[in-house]
Ligand binder design. Sequence first.
Ligand SMILES: *Cc1c(COP(=O)(O)O)cnc(C)c1O
Length: 356
Amino acid sequence: MVSGMALIKHNKPRITEDDIAVVSNVLRSGWLAQGPFVDALESQLVQLYGSGEACAVSSGTAALFLALKSLGAGVGQKIAIPTYACSALLNAIFLVGAEPLVLDVLPDTFCLNPENIIGNSRNENIVIGVDTFGAELMTDSLKAQGLKVIQDCCHSLGGWGEKGPAGATADVAVFSFYATKIITGGQGGMLWAKNFDFVNIARDFREHDCRDEYIPRFNMQLTDIQAALISNQMLRLGSIRAKKSQIANRYLESLPLGLSTQAGVDSPGRMVYRFTVLTPDFFTRKRLAQHMLDNDIECAIPIERHELLHRYLKLDPQSFPVAEHLADTTLSIPIHGCLSEEDIMHICAALRTFSP
Ligand SMILES: *Cc1c(COP(=O)(O)O)cnc(C)c1O
């Protein structure tokens, strides 16, 4: 530590006094389980999309699982997914009894390459695509191939593209409210679909108790405590997006020659969930991480090589050259709501003084 300032954490949830007040009111109300605040949170999301239905659940993984169920995924089916993604995708697929078809990603957006699916056998008709770090999945190209698309919007909630809010053209959009996400309830998740039938299947599975007829269901409910906390942060999505965009633009201007970043971080409407720096090679990334740490800035490797989904499944790494390269060369630098002006200036200065 050379600068004498406190370590700037890679991530920190921003909880306001107002958030705390809202949660206190729920705690005093006498109703803690899924109730009026969960209903209100679902309505808020439907309002954001201007149509459809939403179902709040206990986690993003639960939302992915229910999205698959709502599209009828099951035993014997293959679900196409990107390898540069969270293991939650694999978990949801195996839990419905289906199998993953793991594909490489694009080097500029880090998202699924629609062309990779055309080249593969077509017994899979469902794809889970991820808006990686806030990037926009090519949902329409996927749908044009006759695929049903689950868009994992855990990194893009609050982002806007040409067709409206992130996930608006997907069959089902999925969100997470885990502590490190754009907004948080500690844990939590949600799914949205234009088609009410899909959401009804998810709802049926979630309402496990006091039913007329028994079929196996599970308790994947969100509490009103979490829902109130998330709802209150939903009101700030616009300002969260604006602040992240501003910071991202300053980081962009501060990047020394030889370093680059994910495509589209300066697009209007983009939710810059993560600002990832692309370095030329593994050793430059290691030097950059150390340089930042020497300046009291904690960075993170967003997805390491051993975490790539094809590695978990012991598939041949040579078939996934882009993801392998990204895993070895990207570094995520802090871009959260608790950063002060001083922190941001300090991070920009640290970037400028690095020689790749
Ligand atoms: C966090 C995350 C998930 C899983 O969400 P949980 O709430 O942790 O279960 C799934 N996909 C992506 C892209 C995520 O970032």
